[in-house]
Design a protein around this ligand. Structure first.
Ligand SMILES: *Cc1c(COP(=O)(O)O)cnc(C)c1O
Length: 455
């Protein structure tokens, strides 16, 4: 058999020319966004004050299979794509496993993660609409960085609300965003009504994505020429991220490889939704027998301990309601949670696929994640982002099961980014100061009991 190279690259010409919409293959479509007042499905015109027009069309379209990638976005992609699919020969050897491990590496761009794939698309549609700028939230900072890069490339203003704990822990992220011309505000802030309200109710709070979203939406709807953009969770974001899965499948196809398992970390679900899109289609159509595994932090366990219900997407309850696996919009992960993936909810698409039994989910404690990160870094060279390391952890666990059984399974996982801005977390891990706080059933019952009553 032909030897598989360490890296399977696609040529520029082999890069997919359209995004794939996984909803078109789903028998049970994801539940629609609801108007928080009337509980009726949101119409395009109701979303228009918040989101860009073209993105609303993508958001609401459950049927179109492929959306052509606009030329300007495609040209931008070419600066850092196609991304490599790496055969983890060194990791396989270190583990002594007969499993064949591949990872799709999305960290080879300055923003350091897959988020640039959707940032440039969203900024492009905002520009096409003639807008002046966009607002957004950022948690760990990767999305804000990606959006800043995309906006500066296209000449748009970019206002970022950054979760306060990250703003303080990651000052250099902020400087990268400012280098690309973004305006960065720690959230909650006194610059918005909702920020003032949250600070009055929870003085000293370190913030959450839910708070930051509320602030960014408030500024978008109250500033002429602005719209709000979101880096995860939404259907449109999973659509743009399908470039990850399409490239992965095209690279595997070059060598006739079919995965037995596809593994990805899940925060809001965008990288995972993108990575699995073509594999899930094949699975739904009966063309591929493959396990699909979402990995989430035990400290923010939306899939494994959340409830499948309509919930608010933000703390301020200004956004539409989405049906998803959720811990409740009032859930704020413990401040010692360092490993990213802090969002209380999950993509509606992935939630439906999980509910339909087409996908599995595993929750892992954070010290285990950092152990896996270090193990990986030492043999494969790449310093992984803590988020990505959730997937590494489960890929290693599955490879070790293969070692016991002697099965030569093919494992593909998403390595979503690099960890250069997460060195405070690595430091805590190395100094033995990281703990594994896992919310109690009472903690979760409290935030889940506050779900909005929707039948
Ligand atoms: C944002 C981020 C994630 C999680 O977001 P998803 O929308 O679940 O993909 C994972 N890894 C990295 C490196 C990120 O920046």
């Amino acid at each position: 058999m032909e030897k598989i190279p360490y890296k399977i690259y696609l040529t520029e010409d082999e890069m997919p020319k359209a995004w794939y919409n996984i909803r078109s293959a789903m028998k049970n479509k994801p539940a629609p966004l609801l108007n928080p007042g009337t509980h009726e499905p949101m119409k395009a015109e109701e979303l228009a004050p918040v989101f860009c027009e073209e993105l609303i069309k993508q958001e609401l379209d459950n049927d179109t299979e492929y959306f052509p990638i606009p030329q300007e976005v495609y040209d931008f992609y070419k600066m850092y794509r196609p991304s490599p699919l790496v055969r983890a020969y060194c990791l396989e050897k270190a583990l002594g496993t007969p499993a064949k491990i591949y990872y799709k590496f999305e960290g080879n761009n300055t923003s350091g993660s897959h988020k640039l794939n959707s940032a440039i698309a969203q900024a492009y549609y905002a520009k096409m609409q003639g807008l002046k700028g966009v607002t957004t939230e950022t948690g760990a900072g990767q999305w804000g960085t990606a959006l800043s890069m995309a906006c500066s490339y296209l000449g748009l203003d970019c206002k970022v609300f950054m979760v306060k704990v990250s703003y303080e822990q990651k000052p250099f992220r902020r400087e990268v965003m400012r280098t690309y011309g973004a305006d960065v505000t720690p959230s909650p802030s006194m610059t918005t009504e909702i920020g003032k309200k949250i600070l009055a109710e929870h003085p000293g709070t370190t913030g959450s994505l839910g708070c930051a979203i509320s602030e960014a939406v408030e500024v978008a709807v109250s500033t002429p020429g602005y719209r709000y953009v979101l880096g995860s969770v939404l259907n449109q974001v999973l659509l743009h991220q399908s470039i990850i899965g399409l490239e992965t499948q095209a690279a595997l196809n070059k060598y006739g490889i079919k995965p037995d398992m596809v593994i990805g970390c899940a925060g809001g679900g965008s990288n995972l939704g993108g990575l699995i899109a073509p594999f899930m289609r094949d699975k739904i159509n009966g063309d591929l027998d493959c396990r699909i595994i979402a990995v989430e932090p035990a400290s923010c366990p939306s899939f494994t301990r959340g409830k499948y219900a309509y919930d608010f997407c933000d703390t301020g309850m200004v956004c539409p309601l989405a049906k998803m696996y959720t811990l409740g919009s009032g859930f704020i992960p413990a401040p010692n949670h360092a490993g990213g993936l802090r969002y209380h909810g999950m993509s509606s698409i992935l939630s439906q696929l999980y509910d339909d039994g087409l996908m599995e989910a595993v929750a892992v404690p954070q010290t285990e994640v950092f152990k896996a990160a270090e193990q990986f870094a030492r043999v494969e060279g790449i310093l992984p982002a803590p988020e990505s390391s959730h997937a590494i952890k489960v890929a290693i666990d599955e490879a070790m099961k293969c070692k016991e059984t002697g099965e030569e399974k093919t494992i593909v996982f998403g390595l979503t980014g690099t960890g250069y801005f997460d060195l405070v977390a690595y430091q805590k891990f190395h100094d033995g100061e990281m703990d594994d706080y896992i919310p109690t059933d009472e903690d979760l019952a409290k935030s889940i009991s506050a779900l909005p009553p929707v039948d």
